[in-house]
Design a protein around this ligand. Sequence first.
Ligand code: DHB
Ligand code: FE
Length: 280
Amino acid sequence: MARITAGVYTSHVPAIGAALDLGKSSEPYWQKVFAGYEFSKRWLRENPPDVIFLVYNDHANAFSLEMIPTFAIGTAAEFQIADEGWGPRPVPKVVGHPELAAHIAQSVIQDDFDLTIVNRMEVDHGLTVPLSLMCGQPAAWPCPVIPFAVNVVQYPVPSGRRCLALGRAIRKAVASYDEPLKVQVWGTGGMSHQLQGPRAGLINRGFDNAFLDRLIADPEAQAQVPHIDYVREAGSEGIELVMWLIARGAMSDAPPRVLHRFYHVPASNTAVGHLILENT
Ligand code: DHB
Ligand code: FE
């Protein structure tokens, strides 16, 4: 049977992708960010998954205001890189895993979660920047990736409670897939940031670190936090953090082993947070 081995959590700041793509990663400003991923890149090389289930949000690139799925699973064989206005990032296309994705869709929908099935979709920095942070700049990504897009851009957004429960349904789905695949689940986005309005530039270190503590040790309590608290405390884009609860719910109930924890301010307008948790 397939099994989830570990969870990776990371911010997805687009300027990080631009720093890599434009050869600026050795500049002191960016070195401080990339230093937090040195362990992670080594760990991923030494612990390669067969598939990555990557929870992220699209930023009005694949989905416009014409159609806004709350939860969308990418079931295609491959996903092209979106053009976000400066041209698509020069990174490899994303190869999917249609069989496992279809199996997860079947199981999770039968468990009462309404997923949108997407057979054609481009992926933006929400998905490619985490891959770049964890894999560097390879000619091809190291394994198939199932993109799982969550709407945290256009209100109403899903609650943390629902995200955690959805993660649990994804865990059950993976565990019933009849092939011995090692699956990593990644939760991306966050941490505190607000990109517009009078509070633009907001960073809340206290909220971010309490979130990391509770994501590790008490996800059930974190899942009770209403969306408006994220917006008030972590900024309008801080709501991206609810996606981490999907990945956390997909991990086992036993306390995880914390392999790596990193927090750094600033990267562009955000705080960067990163965790690697292993199932015990
Ligand atoms: C920034 C952060 C984001 O999460 C995003 O989607 C776009 C921009 C930023 O910090 O600039
Ligand atoms: Fe974002």
